[in-house]
Ligand binder design. Sequence first.
Ligand code: ZN
Length: 477
Amino acid sequence: MKFEPVIGLEIHAQLKTKTKIFCACSTAFGAPPNTHICPVCLGMPGVLPVLNKKVVEYTMRMALATGCDIEEVSRFARKNYFYPDLPKGYQISQYELPIARKGQVDVEVNGKTHQIGITRIHMEEDAGKLSHDPGRPVSRVDFNRTGVPLIEIVSEPDIRSPEAAGAYLRQLRAIVRYLRICDGNLEEGSFRCDANVSIRPAGSETFGTRTEIKNLNSFKHVEKALQYEISRQKEILTDGVAVTQETRLWDPEKHRTQSMRSKEEAHDYRYFPDPDLLPLVIDTGWIENVRRELPELPAEKKKRFMAEYSLPSYDAEILTSDRELATYFEDCLQELAQPKLVSNWIMGSLLGLLNAAGKSIDQTPISAADLAQLLKLVDDGTISGKIAKTVFDEMAQSGKSARRIVEEKGLVQISDSSAIENIVSTVMGANPAEVQAYRNGKTKLLGFFVGQVMKATHGKANPKLVNEILRKQLETQ
Ligand SMILES: [Zn+2]
């Protein structure tokens, strides 16, 4: 029997506000434990939460960027459960009345566009963090994260493959980063994902029993965990057994999911409206203000890059995956209107350099103007593309400008025909057997001669001229 996977993702994104969602404590990451706390986020008796307006604004940005309807009235509820990292004994979250619903994001997988619905986006507070001492019966709790604002983005079960799940996750991460509301760091946990997955006979309309996978802290893990879970469920169903509804944990070391606990239901949490917080009312004027200030989003930018700069989809996708990278590309074009040349150098040399150093584009050692200056030298024939790579590496190391490196090292390309003709004659004179072989039809030897001329000129000869002159001299006896 052919099975079809049905996948839905729940994404938690930590908002980059300066202060927590219901108090004035700092949200800064990495402070000593229990230094960013106050009676409100510790849930002391008698304190009152006050909603942070920025949290609402950031959530509205995300809602509008994903085509959601923003509700005029939404409400916070208490989600009751006990855990040592939750001092109040409940988490404040939105339940029956979330701030936004019914959005949609389009993702592309292997050239095909998939529409993935967004059920809802709601606001909530994060819990604290427990750390356990290995080998000792000691656990520590840090409440710095307690009350840090999160949004939860719940997708419809519209995803049909692990690849599409990965593409959707990447797309949402790009959007939160474009909106500057979340740093999108999966490893540090500021962008987290749980996946619901079930399988059903292909063509069926009803859903199978689903499992929820947690602990997916990288794009790679999401796709791998889903692949594993889909094949695990296929085996179970093929054996005629039923899938158990449960929460499973992805083990990246063992490459498998493991049962964590039976799936809890919403009613287990005894949700009720938080009596300390008024219903949230948002007027249309505010919504329109936020909408007006939205930046150009990755999908629109990608389309524009393809139309305006005639870039292939692949280039446009990479260049627009990060807002700062897209800006860098367009800054280069201000200096040199050669989109494909610039794109090749950014995707190849620049991203190669940054990835190797574990740096992001805002930490680049070579500014857009400096890269453009280097490429101008290639474009006007002053240096060859090959020499340009050497100059690029030197720029990254020394911080010197391309022009200065070319001057200091005497790397200017030899584009003087008579100079090249002389070198070609010398090379031919030194290799009479190869010349004869070429003339007897072994034209593949052209590459050998090009190599010899380049060697003699330390790579500085204009390759186009070298080819032309070599052909001419080899073919005239
Ligand atoms: Zn606080």
